[in-house]
Design a protein around this ligand. Sequence first.
Ligand code: MSP
Length: 513
Amino acid sequence: MKKLYITTPIYYVNAKPHIGHAYTTVACDVFARFNRMLGMDVKFTTGTDEHGKKVEQSAIKAGNTPQGFTDSISKLFRDLLPVLNISNDDFIRTTESRHKKTVQHFWEKLKNAGYIYLGEYSGWYDMRNEAYFAEDELVDGKSPLGGEVQYITEPCYFFKLSAFQNKLLDFYEKNPDFVYPTQRRNEMLSFIKQGLRDLAVSRTTFSWGIPVPDDPKHVVYVWLDALTNYLTLNGYPENEDQNNDEYWNNVIHFVGKEIVKFHAIYWVAFLMAVGIKPPKQVVSHGWWLSEGEKMSKSLGNVQDPYKYCKIFGSDALRYYLMREITFGSDGNFSLDSFIHRYNSVLANSYGNLCSRVLAFIVKYCNGNVYRPTVTSAEDEEFINSVNNCIGAIVPLVQNYNFSKYLEKIEQAITLANQYMDAKKPWTLKLDNSNRMQDVLFILTATIYKITKYLYPVIPQATTLLMNQLHMSCDMQLSDAEALPETIHIDSVTPLFPKIDAKNIKRQDVCAKD
Ligand code: MSP
């Protein structure tokens, strides 16, 4: 089995999880589940990024110790995973000893390779984003990432990033698909071409971090610490030979657009410095606004994934996140459009198709339908049209076009509902029960196929449906056509009950604190 390693960024613990965080994780989960269905051996990891001055200060503000504070917020991220139905294989906290060991080992490697030196740093420090900026990088007195800045001078270790300019350009040229989408790749290229300065990779102004080996006054820069999680999760340093590790050779980092630079430039240079192959791809997505504005506690529009899952179920949130915006672009999260998509697609289209077909079979066919011996030209036309929609899906997912993938499925569902309306099994029942059987089998086979392809996005409802069909829930696309001669259904459970928008208010789905 071909191996694939998929990672989410590890989440900062200075704020509770919101739908922006849920988005990266769900996208990775859909990609992981889809690839498992294609027969890949997938390792999928996530976790929390817990060091840094910002966390230290948030802990003090909350009247807690950094460890106590990070324990409680990290738990909120970890507990969200089963709520969102995430199929991750591991969860890392950067405060774990396995990670500390990896970071210190990695540091020694960088140092022994001659890429770390001691110097002094003065610059504008953006505490929120844990990054230094030069005077000419500031925008209206703030960091280019929007954070407030302070002028700081500190002794500090540097990483010789400047030595990697040409190596990076060469790497980008040889790997044109390294950054997805192309727009972000172009941004990275122009950043590299502007010239790379050496990077400050230690701090002495706070202590909540991993101590630099042999110089514990310094803690390791939080991004160097955080990025190394991807190696910790792949067994490094015990598993030292990452270049011959099949997961590492096929690792894809999913990230939001604002952190591409850290993954696609700094991380690549760190890895090159120690002689480990860069990741296969850095895939970046856009940002969600909430009800047209940036999410903020003061506006009361921080969309809470726990609340969405509780009210609508995790499938509904997953579907909306993957369908509403084109992956890679920004978009707007709104309660109205959420309810609209839920009702129109999940309840009225897919849910209704499944329940009307299956309930009919239970009621009028004793729960059994048999494979037809002959099919009409119209049946074939319908089956072909559905196959055309479904056939487009694998390349769409492989190219991270999740919204188009779901659009194709929606087309197939519409075709199936139209076929049922046109063939009218309720009329056939009166005078042509054989034909009724055939129509119902064809519809059930279509539902089965659509359900398989929907599984990565809505695993809960699709598993329930497979159970109703008495089919295996071990989802593999290779058997999407493999149906038994007889399909039996005992009973039907509605998948997505319709929701009355009037009953749900913004405060029901937004975080209170
Ligand atoms: N800790 C770093 C990542 C280190 S990875 C070695 C970090 N954490 S974060 O919590 O700020 O962000 C994690 C992910 O959440 C990013 O991919 C980011 O894009 C995503 N989102 C946070 N808010 C978001 C939106 N409003 N919309 C979409 N995604 C956003 O960066």
